[in-house]
Design a protein around this ligand. Structure first.
Ligand code: NDP
Length: 245
């Protein structure tokens, strides 16, 4: 992965942060995209640079195509064209279908699914020219299992799996692999607010009887992004202690 240019959306916290650090360790030049917290974005880039890597943080909302176009331009100016895209930025909201507003549906689906499309569309143009690329889309087991009170979240994540498979079929002749990674319950800010009783039930549903760490996801993503992942495409791979099987 030495000197490959990687872009990790949502790279300032949680799973994205662990992925950015892992790719940085493997020698990639890492662009970290985040939505609002400048300090955290800069901190992750700093951590990679202090350890001999090459990283830079960029503020851009994946839900805003103008900002995403500028992001790709800035990354290209700093590092070169994106060769590894990790579409990880995502949000979760909970609401029963009967009370779910169109606005909340759009916020979740636009961030998680349209954001993935917008970033992929810009990334593949250079990847097709270079005849090399890796796209890893962080979906969720919720997209395979469904989620009560999270229909918009699960729909966006299931959509991301369909999008990944379609892109994999379309882009395989260009030596571009596209895979979806579906985490189960991972310890991050996203899951930190879960009520203790709900959390205990969730853990009980996992064969491994524990939550995963962002690092568990990062190891798989780094493998898929490496040369060793060259013949793996169109797959949906869970990192979930056996939750989905
Ligand atoms: P966190 O909430 O911990 O971190 C989210 C990251 O995404 C932050 O860096 C945040 O930046 C960024 N982000 C959010 N919205 C946008 C946006 N519109 N534009 C750009 N960046 C944005 O999430 P996790 O690490 O837990 O989740 C990462 C991914 O993994 C998500 O797609 C999530 O759905 C998926 N996932 C997580 C699971 C879990 O158990 N944690 C399970 C299954 C899937 P900022 O702080 O600046 O807003």
């Amino acid at each position: 992965m030495k000197d490959r240019v990687a872009l990790v959306t949502g790279g300032s916290r949680g799973i994205g942060r662990a992925i950015a650090i892992e790719l940085g360790k493997a020698g990639a030049k890492v662009a970290i995209c985040y939505k609002q917290n400048d300090e955290l974005g800069a901190k992750v880039a700093g951590e990679i640079n202090e350890n001999g890597g090459n990283a830079k943080a960029f503020k851009a909302d994946v839900n805003n195509s103008t900002e995403i176009t500028s992001l790709f331009k800035s990354v290209k100016e700093s590092f070169g064209p994106v060769e590894i895209l990790v579409s990880n930025a995502g949000i979760i909201r909970q609401c029963p279908i009967a009370l779910l507003s169109e606005q909340e549906w759009d916020e979740v689906v636009d961030t998680n699914l349209k954001g993935t499309f917008t970033c992929t569309r810009l990334a593949v143009r250079d990847m097709m020219r270079a005849k090399w690329g890796r796209i890893i889309i962080i979906s969720s087991d919720a997209g395979r299992l469904g989620e009560a009170m999270g229909s918009h979240y699960a729909a966006s994540k299931a959509g991301a799996i369909g999008f990944a498979k379609s892109a994999a079929r379309e882009l395989a002749p260009y030596n571009i692999t596209v895979n979806a990674v579906t985490p189960g319950y991972i310890e991050t800010d996203m899951t930190a607010g879960t009520e203790a009783a709900v959390r205990a039930k969730q853990i009980e549903s996992v064969p491994a009887r524990k939550m995963g760490s962002p690092q568990d996801v990062a190891w798989l993503v780094a493998f898929l992004a490496s040369e060793k992942g060259q013949y793996i495409t169109g797959q949906t791979i869970s990192v979930d202690g056996g939750l989905f099987m």
